[in-house]
Design a protein around this ligand. Sequence first.
Ligand SMILES: Cc1ncc(COP(=O)(O)O)c(C=O)c1O
Length: 405
Amino acid sequence: MQEFHKVRRLPPYVFEQVNRLKASARAEGRDIIDLGMGNPDLPTPQSIVDKLCETVRDPRTHRYSSSKGIPGLRRAQAGYYARRFGVKLDPEREVIATLGSKEGFANMAQAITAPGDVILCPDPTYPIHAFGFIMSGGVIRSMPAAPDDTFLPALERAVRHSIPKPLAIILNYPSNPTAYVASLDFYKDVVAFARKHDIIVLSDLAYAEIYFGDEAPPSVLQVPGAMDVCVEFTSMSKTFSMPGWRMGFAVGNERLISALTRVKSYLDYGAFTPIQVAATAALNGDGSDIAEVREVYRKRRQVMVDSFSQAGFKVPAPDATMFAWAPVPEEFRALGSLEFSKLLIEKADVAVAPGIGFGEHGDDHVRIALVENEHRIRQAARNIKRFLASARGNLHNVIALDARR
Ligand SMILES: Cc1ncc(COP(=O)(O)O)c(C=O)c1O
């Protein structure tokens, strides 16, 4: 039987190859330190768990919930935007709860894309940004990931040379995997351009609260007029360490939110009500939970940058996110990020995410996630130091492992 049209467009997940290697190493009894997947290891704050338990005892919460999110939850998300960004949202028309931001993003793509629509997408980027649209029949044109002065010229070129004119542009700052952070001035330029050319802006703000500088990352919706063309996605997964709960939001332009609401009304009945109630309590909290999560990542980041660098693996300190985006050490560059990642598992018992999994422009890097404790991060650095010392002494053998040479 022929491969299905959609499935043919989804290449095997690159990360699966690393995962398989990791699983077989573990099956041999080896202790793999897993800095690969961006899966937060911190427990959800106790007060949020307690709220869930309390709510679930009421049998009325066991029925189908509301697809777009219970009113209190949407009000809480509007409250968060007002406090954190000074952005006023109508909870009825400009806010929808989603089953994690990934689901919201993918279904937004489904809601708005016609076959052949051109989408401007950063490379490297979190895979759903491209594949949500590819699954929806869209065509991707790659954009630089850095929010610097190369971006607007690339945007102008993209609009000049894309037929049809691009439907949407995707932004993700703070960015996974590169950890780039955008300024409000950058957003102003993009919004002005998008309004002029009538292009939709989809901003993924999953890492709004995981930042280490003095200034908190802005929202694109802070730009006056952004509401005309923008929707922004946020997530409780990282902010409150709730990845398994599947709770996120889309907020912004009413027409776009309404399109997503319509599609989702056909697909789901919303998250389990106790989850929505607990999420409401989390968002209405005083912010101390968020600050605690941020501090844990801040400390881990410092430990990682210091210990990895001392081990001979230079890792730039990320300004935000739970990831470091580390250049593959020069002498291993020719192997590519996947082979280097495999070597780290095989020889150092450390798993990282190969940059190629985020797009072809990611192949000189690996992404290192801060999802193990400080002690384990130091252990990873010691393992890597040993590996690098022996590999550097014996580099010809390592390079000989490169099947592509
Ligand atoms: C940039 C980005 N967007 C979205 C998501 C998905 O988050 P959620 O758990 O809300 O679906 C992630 C998860 O790693 C991410 O890194």
